[in-house]
Design a protein around this ligand. Structure first.
Ligand SMILES: [Fe+2]
Ligand SMILES: [Fe+2]
Length: 214
């Protein structure tokens, strides 16, 4: 039996299971190997290492949010093909989640304590976007991915150049996020109103600032 035939109660249980695994389990790499796995660890001083770890923690939480957004949207998507494409994207984001977690461990740092809060918030935002209708939901994906792309560019400038491992991960993530945005627009995503875009930017600013410390 495929997931397509599950009823609403099944979907809620599957969603709950995915939430627990995202927050408290070790994500499985579902498709691709870690782009940093063949690269050697670089020499960074304590300050550089601390900054890199905090930025990778933010990226990890961003991927926790991506899981929640896509799961929330998949739950409320109207068309089965949209739901499937959301679930497919969440699977690809799972690679990012795993790579960020591995890098965080290598840098001897921890995941954010705020992940459960950001997961719950993102899930509700994703579900609301799905309820608004598929063209809005897809538009929301495209805008989110564009904002993530800008954020990754910023991190790639701030992480020391010699840290090839973090750079390799972020470069692959950026390529994937750009692709997710393109797919969402091609599937019928519309441009969001400016106040919504501004609210999304503000929310992501609160997330990045809080996770930098916690
Ligand atoms: Fe991602
Ligand atoms: Fe993405």
């Amino acid at each position: 039996m495929t997931e397509r035939t599950f009823n609403s109660a099944d979907r809620i249980m599957i969603g709950f299971d995915k939430a627990l695994r995202t927050l408290f389990g070790c994500p499985q790499i579902t498709e691709r190997s870690n782009p940093a796995s063949d690269l050697t660890e670089s020499d960074m001083n304590e300050q550089e290492r601390d900054l890199t770890a905090r930025l990778m923690r933010i990226n990890h939480t961003g991927e926790v949010c991506a899981q929640a957004l896509y799961q929330g949207q998949a739950l409320t998507a109207k068309l089965p093909e949209i739901r499937n494409s959301m679930e497919r994207a969440a699977q690809e984001e799972n690679d990012h989640l795993a790579w960020c977690e591995t890098r965080l461990n290598e840098l001897d740092n921890r995941k954010s304590l705020l992940n459960p809060f950001w997961y719950a918030s993102s899930f509700m935002i994703g579900a609301a976007a799905g309820l608004a209708g598929d063209k809005w939901s897809l538009g929301f994906v495209a805008e989110t991915e564009h904002q993530v792309e800008a954020h990754l560019n910023d991190h790639m400038k701030r992480i020391p150049g010699q840290d090839e491992k973090s750079h390799a991960i972020l470069a692959q993530m950026k390529e994937d996020e750009v692709h997710h945005a393109t797919v969402a627009l091609e599937a019928g995503g519309v441009t969001l109103p400016t106040p919504i875009k501004m609210a999304m930017k503000l929310t992501s600013k609160v997330m990045t600032k809080s996770v930098y410390y916690l």
